[in-house]
Structures are given as C-alpha cells and as structure tokens.
Design a protein around this ligand. Structure first.
Ligand code: FES
Length: 199
C-alpha cells in the first residue's frame, strides 16, 4: 500500500518540486508540475496499488506518481483542454481508443478517463519507452506548428494529445496507456486496481 500519512519528507518534496514544465516561458511557468510522490520501497517491490491524494492538484497541472517503478501522470484538465480534444481526431492514429490494450474499458471514451477532468496515464512512450514531456501550452512548437497541448517525446519526436492519443506520422504506434485505477473519493486516486478488481 502507498503511504497514506503526511510524511514530512514527502510534503517537503512536493513543495520543492513545483516547477516549470516544458522549458522556459511564461506559459510554462504558469502551469506548474507537481512531481513524484513516491510510494514506499516495500509497496514498489510488491507491485501494490498506489493511493494518492489529488486534493492539491490544480486545473492545468500534472502530478507524477510512481507505480511499479513506472511514472504515472495525473493531469487535471481544464474546460478548455477538454473542449479542444475532438478537434484533434483527424490527426490521430487511434482517436476512438480502439486498441483495447491501451486502456481499460471504462476509459474508452472521448476523454479516455473515468472523470473527464482527470486524465491518468502511464508516462512511458509507446515507441521505445522514454518518458514524454508534458506540453500543455496551446501554441506553435518546434515539433508541431499547430500544437494544441499534450505530451511530446523528445527521443524520436512522438506526440500525444491531452488524452494521451498518439498523432499520425510519429514512431509511437499506440496511445499512451491508461492504467487500471479508481477514485476512492473525490480527492483520492488509487492506481493499480479498479472497481472491477483488475490489476
Ligand atoms: S521512445 Fe518516444 S518517440 Fe521513441
């Protein structure tokens, strides 16, 4: 089990790691990145589900959690982010999440999540396993002049939208994976198990 207590070290780490995402710039600075809340070594070695509070996660922010040694991204999407999702469909390889390996059935929907607001993804590129960067800014990027926000893998230039859906014409073959997860209450997320008992 993940550590549920308010560990001073963990609190300090969270406070200290609110940082700029995706390089320099005013926009990036406005969207801080809450970095890893680490489960105990015992939980990691056991591959146990990880339980985390998301109460401090603000709209537009990304929280990074470690589950089974992998990064898991939790993004609290804004209304604007959600409204932009359908506009990307024509540019995506699997816009309807038809590959069943990449998400549980309950995340096969337009926003690829249980609650539209909260996106939960394994933060590992489906090409060769790099960790994509969170690039939420809607602005032209060196890698995409029509960038609408999402994730960018710098290893070989794969791009994913703000539902983790892969763009066409990049090396990554599939959407970022949605791990099994569930909400224990409005502010508590559990990764690694879901309401159907999948792990
Ligand atoms: S590992 Fe991400 S594009 Fe190759």
């Amino acid at each position: 089990m993940a550590d549920q207590g308010v560990d001073p070290g963990r609190r300090r780490f969270l406070t200290a790691t609110t940082a700029v995402v995706g390089g320099a710039g005013v926009m990036a600075a406005a969207i801080p990145f809450l970095s890893s809340w680490q489960p105990s070594a015992r939980a990691q070695s056991a591959g146990a589900p990880v339980t985390e509070s998301i109460s401090k996660l603000q709209a537009g922010q990304l929280l990074r959690i470690t589950w089974r040694g992998q990064p898991v991204f939790v993004v609290r999407r804004t209304e604007q982010m959600l409204k932009a999702l359908p506009g990307q469909d024509a540019r995506l390889r699997d816009p309807n999440s038809d590959n069943p390996d990449q998400q549980p059935a309950y995340a096969k929907n337009a926003h690829r999540s249980i609650k539209a607001e909260y996106l939960v993804l394994v933060g590992i590129c489906t090409h060769l396993g790099c960790v994509p960067l969170f690039k939420p800014e809607v602005m032209a990027q060196p890698f995409d002049a029509d960038w609408s926000g999402g994730f960018y893998c710098p290893c070989h230039n794969s791009r994913f939208d703000l539902a983790g859906r892969v763009y066409q014409g990049v090396p990554a073959p599939s959407n970022l994976r949605v791990p099994p997860h569930r909400f224990l209450d409005d502010n508590t997320l559990q990764i690694g198990v879901d309401t159907e008992g999948a792990v």
